[in-house]
Design a binder for this molecule. Structure first.
Ligand code: FES
Length: 294
């Protein structure tokens, strides 16, 4: 692995910029893939919910990298973090090229970036994901179950919450990575728009049912399409449940320099201001977000 530069413009002291190598590429669902990159320095530091910028070295179109959230860290036989896994859907120029990446190919990565999810809380943690928005929740789950520690120094998850993942997709063939989630200790509930797997309807129906008829969440984490996350945030507010939202705002630099990723945030004094999703997010308290005019 070749070192490119120590940090991205010195703006994110914990981040590293490296030329990593592809270890493997696996198809997870229709047009959805998981890439594993060899990058021990990043694998040791990254937390669930953080992301990194990825670009193809030497490529000028697209010139800029794209952000990808951590799916999980890959460890060697001694349990040492050596690689990072992330998921992507083939939707644009870069991802159409990524499909052709093979083991040994060089990839430029910069991270870890962003704040990530907080350490697991006590009580009942419910994760609500739509589409590729399930990506951050494998690492959240493994940390909450005590199966893996993340960060440098590795943070200790003192709490062992009851865990539920509500995962929605358009159809069964677009459910990505559900076999990767632990079968023990996680209540995995699935919804599809066409009814081909699990509940026929919205993933928010699963959350509504859980809140109304079962043990209400202590905390909700959500990631996916904005209308889904807004509906989750509304349900959380209605039932006075703490909620953290991971935004998937388009980004250019990823480390705070360009302001292309700003989002409107409510301030404590009732006013609002802009915050950069890449450095002050991507995880925000749901009640701070201005949903109506995003
Ligand atoms: Fe450049 Fe956030 S992507 S400031």
């Amino acid at each position: 692995m070749d070192e490119a530069s120590p940090t991205p413009a010195g703006l994110v002291p914990t981040a590293v910029q490296r030329t990593a190598r592809v270890i493997e590429q696996v198809e997870m669902a229709r047009d959805t893939f998981r890439l594993r990159l060899e990058c021990p320095e990043l694998a040791k530091r990254i937390l669930p919910g953080q992301f990194f910028m990825v670009r193809e070295p030497g490529l000028t179109d697209p010139l800029l990298g794209r952000p990808f959230a951590l799916f999980d860290v890959a460890c060697d036989s001694q349990g040492e973090p050596v690689g990072i896994d992330f998921g992507y859907v083939v939707v644009g120029k870069l991802t159409r090229r990524m499909v052709r990446w093979k083991p040994g190919d060089p990839v430029s990565v910069c991270g870890p970036l962003g704040n990530g999810f907080p350490e697991p809380c006590d009580g009942h943690l419910v994760m609500v994901a739509g589409g590729i928005g399930q990506t951050p929740f494998l690492a959240v789950t493994r940390e909450a179950l005590g199966q893996r520690r993340y960060g440098d120094p590795p943070r200790t998850a003192a709490a062992r919450p009851e865990l539920t993942l509500c995962y929605g997709a358009r159809s069964a063939n677009q459910l990505a990575g559900i076999d990767s989630f632990p079968a023990e200790g996680l209540d995995l509930r699935v919804a599809t728009d066409d009814g081909s797997h699990g509940h026929h309807g919205f993933v928010t129906d699963l959350l509504q049912d859980l809140i109304t008829n079962e043990s209400a969440p202590t905390m909700i984490y959500t990631c996916g399409p904005e209308p889904m996350m807004e509906a989750v945030a509304m349900l959380a507010a209605e039932h006075d449940i703490a909620c953290r939202v991971s935004l998937e705002t388009p980004m250019a630099c990823g480390f705070g320099a360009c302001f292309s990723c700003v989002t409107r945030i409510r301030l404590d004094n009732g006013q609002w201001d802009y915050r950069r999703t890449c450095v002050e997010g991507p995880v925000f308290p749901a009640e701070k977000l201005h949903w109506s005019d995003r």
